[in-house]
Design a protein around this ligand. Structure first.
Ligand SMILES: Cc1ncc(COP(=O)(O)OP(=O)(O)O)c(N)n1
Ligand SMILES: Cc1ncsc1CCOP(=O)(O)O
Ligand SMILES: [Mg+2]
Length: 211
């Protein structure tokens, strides 16, 4: 695999998931702790609110050279000149994103069914999310629970970078990497932590230790 996806610890953040501090502060602390990719996922905000939050977040992340991915909303992603976008099976499909956003640098796509893997939508994507690895209360409208065996199976079918998401934490990060994931994505392990920087450091250490 080439090194076009060098990211290992991916924070998926929203204002409401940050229960102990402001989301911009949580994001900055998480980056200091070792997060190297951030997605803004605002499921309930208007486009104007989403864009405002994304703009503020990007200003912080730019200082640390950490790329920002926008969840679902192509217009917001383009307007703030994000690094990329993450879409799932109910969103604008990856091929359409490529057609409408020539400069997209990182296009992520959720895998919820094995049949998606050899599709042209997956092939055009820069990384695939194993979604979810384990059931999680953060996102309940999911179809499958892949588990470690699911990651192994997906790994045997595709060479694409794999992002593991869904109840990921410092206890299971190494098993997930061992099963074939390239990157761990988390919401609550960092956003709901009392100390987001320490939580990110623990995750990062676990990932680095395995490699
Ligand atoms: C890194 C990452 N993986 C999976 C998802 C889920 O995307 P999707 O299936 O489109 O669901 P929503 O996030 O839009 O509810 C993700 N956002 N990020
Ligand atoms: C956005 C998303 N996509 C699949 S699971 C999930 C939520 C992950 O949240 P948590 O890390 O709190 O389990
Ligand atoms: Mg989506």
């Amino acid at each position: 695999m080439d090194n076009s996806f060098p990211y290992k610890l991916y924070l998926v953040i929203s204002e409401e998931s940050c229960i102990n501090d402001h989301f911009l502060k949580v994001a900055e602390q998480a980056v200091k702790g070792g997060v190297d990719l951030v997605q803004l996922r605002e499921k309930n905000a208007s486009s104007a609110e989403f864009q405002h939050k994304a703009f503020q977040l990007k200003e912080i992340l730019d200082r640390y050279n950490v790329p920002l991915i926008i969840n679902d909303n192509l217009k917001v992603a383009q307007q703030i000149e994000a690094f990329g976008i993450h879409v799932g099976t109910s969103d604008t499909p990856p091929k359409q994103i490529r057609q409408n956003w020539k400069k997209v640098k990182c296009l992520g796509y959720s895998i919820e069914d094995k049949n998606q893997l050899n599709s042209s939508e997956s092939l055009t994507s820069d990384y695939l999310a194993v979604s979810p690895v384990f059931k999680t209360s953060t996102k309940t409208d999911t179809i499958i629970e892949w588990g470690l065996a699911g990651i192994e199976e997906i790994r045997s079918i595709t060479q694409k970078p794999l992002v593991a998401i869904g109840n990921m934490n410092a206890k299971n990060a190494d098993d997930v990497i061992k099963a074939g994931a390239n990157c761990i994505a988390v919401v609550s392990a960092i956003c709901a932590a009392q100390n987001p920087r320490k939580a990110a450091e623990e995750l990062r250490n676990k990932i680095e230790k395995y490699e």
